[in-house]
Design a protein around this ligand. Structure first.
Ligand code: NAD
Length: 476
């Protein structure tokens, strides 16, 4: 059994949960200790007690620990990448790529530790000095989803520690192995007891306990809108800072003047890679009339040639869906889209492979309209729908017609339309001739509307959430 980490001690529990490989359900990866209320409260107490000292630790110390961890993750990228693919089901190249990105994030924030500055400002009053400094937010609760088991924990834990916060970390139930590995690496890198605590377990128990505890000063959460809304509501009595990254229904606009090969590459990558299980996946393909038939034909042909199989098998393009519940949801959405008048152009079939896994062929649904559920709700699987529009103006209006606002893309060779789209898209991230998914690790990440609440993640913008600003006045 892989234990919890509380106050610098590894701790087993009476109850453990097994972790299953979605490419091969007979492959049990490991078993993981499950925290209850008592363990979660102990973890919060440990983080609370460790804060006084860690918040005053030197930038050099924080740098060295984050650098040591980043170097080890990079050194072990093949092994951790394989574990990730085994645990979550994305293909090995994506698993390794995500691990490299996590290492880069730790190295980025190692350097950021040495770069925290303040301002000295002239007062409007004679002789008075004004200093503006940043201080850590306190005990940070970190709650993560299953779809990026290494990168999302990294982009929350690294800035939290960099800016002097202590952490209680609850990973998603489906992917504890990667989280455990990252925490083990950080622990051995020299973090003092209580600075980083790992509590694996159910969201309704461990996550909710963190939300209900007034000692947790800030919560950073990535997951579904429903859970995010609940965390926001239950956090209100505590007046804590919140960072919520939630769902997406990201549009990709294809204009008549687009380079067809680029558009097909961008759509297939953005909609289906990582089995479409990315919050930034382009699930709404909005295509103008002149290119519509050629685009649909070319995408369907590409999808028919993609290999769906075991995530670790060489030659696999798309791994399995993460579990039985998600697979059921994907199939139900495809069925609903058909009932509402959509045409299942290709895919959407359950596949049998050598190993028992959750295999679904990538689905393309055409002839859909903006009011259909398939264009309003997040599916979170290898499923994309096509809407045919007259021109750019209609495409922009359909793209913005969503409760979500995470990422949006356009494929065009027109500078005029690209510039207009960048300006008028109601999202946090805009892509021109690039997939809606796939972002750099050193620049801000996040969205608007129901996709995000609170300051941006990643890059130096992360300090807006992980620090609080103090203004000090001194008279001579
Ligand atoms: P989820 O909301 O079911 O779970 C997310 C986390 O919240 C898990 O760790 C879960 O245990 C925990 N949780 C559940 N109930 C809780 C409660 N009452 N209190 C506190 N924590 C609780 O989401 P998921 O299915 O793991 O992830 C998929 C979702 O994540 C999709 O909607 C996807 O769009 C979103 N996502 C968003 C981003 C982004 O940056 N915007 C990135 C990745 C995934």
């Amino acid at each position: 059994m892989r234990p919890l980490l509380i106050n610098g001690e590894w701790l087993t529990t009476s109850h453990a949960s097994e972790n299953i490989n979605p490419s091969d359900t007979s492959d049990v990866i490991d078993s993981f200790a499950q925290a209850g209320l008592a363990e979660t409260q102990d973890a919060i107490s440990a983080a609370d007690a460790a804060f006084a000292s860690w918040s005053l630790s030197t930038p050099q110390k924080r740098h060295d620990i984050l650098k040591t961890a980043g170097d080890e993750i990079m050194r072990r990228k093949d092994e951790i990448g394989e574990l990730l693919s085994r645990e979550e089901g994305k293909i090995l190249a994506e698993g390794i790529g995500e691990t490299v990105r996590a290492a880069q994030i730790f190295l980025f924030f190692a350097a950021e530790s040495l770069r925290l500055t303040g301002d000295k400002v002239a007062s409007v009053r004679p002789g008075v000095e004004v200093d503006i400094t940043r201080e850590p937010a306190g005990v940070v609760g970190i709650i993560t989803p299953w779809n990026f088991p290494v990168a999302i924990p990294a982009w929350k834990i690294a800035p939290a520690l960099c800016y002097g916060n202590t952490v209680v970390f609850k990973p998603a139930e489906l992917v504890p192995a990667c989280s455990w590995t990252i925490v083990d690496i950080l622990h051995r890198a020299g973090l003092p007891a209580g600075v980083l605590n790992l509590v694996m377990g159910a969201g309704s128990v461990v996550g909710q306990c963190m939300v209900d505890d007034a000692r947790v000063n800030a919560i950073t959460f990535t997951g579904s809108v429903g859970t995010g809304a609940r965390i926001a509501k239950d956090s209100l009595p505590h007046m804590r800072r919140l960072q919520l990254e939630m769902g997406g229904k990201n549009p990709l606009v294809i204009l008549d003047d687009a380079d067809l090969d680029v558009a097909v590459d961008v759509a297939v990558n953005g909609s289906y890679y990582s089995t479409g299980q990315r919050c930034t996946a382009s699930s709404r393909l909005i295509v103008t009339e002149g290119i519509h038939a050629r685009f649909v034909e070319a995408v369907a042909e590409r999808l028919n040639n993609l290999v769906v199989d075991h995530a670790l098998k060489p030659g696999t393009d798309i791994g399995p869906v993460v579990d039985a519940t998600q697979l059921e949801q994907d199939c139900a959405y495809i069925e609903t889209a058909r009932r509402e008048g959509g045409n299942l152009r290709t895919g959407g079939a359950l596949l049998k492979r050598d190993t028992q896994g959750y295999y679904l062929s990538p689905a393309l649904i055409t002839d859909t309209t903006p009011d259909m559920r398939i264009n309003r709700e997040e599916v979170f699987g290898p499923v994309a729908s096509v809407m045919r529009v007259r021109d750019y103006d209609e495409a922009l209006s359909v793209a913005n017609d969503s409760e979500f606002g995470l990422s949006a893309g356009i494929c065009t060779t027109s500078l005029k339309y690209a510039s207009d789209f960048k300006r008028k898209s109601e999202v946090g991230m805009v892509m021109v001739n690039l997939p809606t998914a796939g972002v750099d690790y050193h620049v801000p990440f996040g969205g608007r509307k129901n996709s995000s609440l609170g300051p941006r993640e990643q890059g130096s913008y992360a300090k807006e959430f992980y620090t609080t600003v103090k203004t000090a006045y001194t008279a001579p």
